[in-house]
Design a protein around this ligand. Structure first.
Ligand code: VGL
Ligand code: ZN
Length: 243
């Protein structure tokens, strides 16, 4: 993973920065035993909790849930096609007609089911900003900000909340590196945030798409850290902490 960590932020831009920790879709259906289980997803829970403990007085946290209706357009069952195939769709929404190529998934994270709940060991508190996405049957929202059309059809209000809090930097963790983390990172860059990704706190669905997503994020300026400790080495300089 080390070859993704070459981006480094300039120290002089370190003042007046306000960070938030983002925890993307650490939900039962993406973890061991879930309907769309990601290999080794459970291994990221402890390092994410470590991030929470370390920065409890430094950063707010937002937690997201993929939260689909039972007939969501990303489910293979909705179209009678195989899971992990692709489909070309013509979507009519809000008077617009959109052509999209959609990945089809096993039914997952159906709202108000156990599969949509957070991993039982993930720390989630009442102070966390909670974001649910993918709640509209006809549109996909991998990003925590909303759909891939600049959040025109589903807008989670995350950007509004972060701008009100004057957040400048988002530290991303969670699932999946090649889908929801990736699209969240791209939206975050588009919305003007610095984006940081802690690699020990994220896992991807597939090796090839994960590699591509990491390369693209690196190229677009996402700051990468191999571990929670590596992120700390960076962050202590931002805050002028000596040790
Ligand atoms: C996700 C596939 C389908 C994710 C969500 O959280 O990355 N992946 N829905
Ligand atoms: Zn989904």
């Amino acid at each position: 993973m080390g070859n993704y960590t070459s981006n480094k932020i300039e120290p002089e831009s370190s003042n007046n920065r306000k960070f938030i920790l983002g925890i993307i879709d650490v939900q039962n259906d993406f973890c061991k035993g879930g309907s769309l289980a990601i290999t080794d997803a459970d291994d990221i829970v402890a390092p994410i909790n470590k991030m929470r403990f370390t920065y409890i007085n430094e950063m707010h946290t937002f937690v997201t849930q993929d939260f689909h209706p039972p007939n969501h357009m990303s489910f293979h069952t909705t179209h009678g096609k195989d899971a992990f195939s692709k489909i070309d769709l013509k979507i009519k929404i809000n008077g617009d007609e959109l052509n999209v190529t959609q990945d089809l998934w096993p039914k997952h994270c159906v709202k108000d089911t156990d599969g949509a709940d957070f991993h039982p060991d993930l720390i989630v508190t009442s102070r966390d900003i909670r974001i649910q996405k993918g709640t509209i049957a006809d549109i996909e929202s991998y990003s925590a900000f909303g759909d891939e059309f600049k959040n025109k059809y589903e807008n989670t209000k995350l950007n509004k909340i972060l701008k009100e809090k004057k957040i400048t930097d988002i530290v991303l963790t969670g699932l999946a590196t090649d889908y929801c983390v990736y699209y969240t990172a791209l939206d975050a860059l588009r919305c003007g945030y610095h984006v940081h990704l802690v690699l020990s706190c994220t896992k991807g669905v597939k090796p090839d798409t994960t590699k591509k997503a990491l390369e693209d994020m690196t190229q677009k300026g996402v700051f990468m850290y191999d571990s929670v400790d590596d992120f700390y080495d960076y962050y202590k300089n931002v805050r002028n902490i000596k040790k």
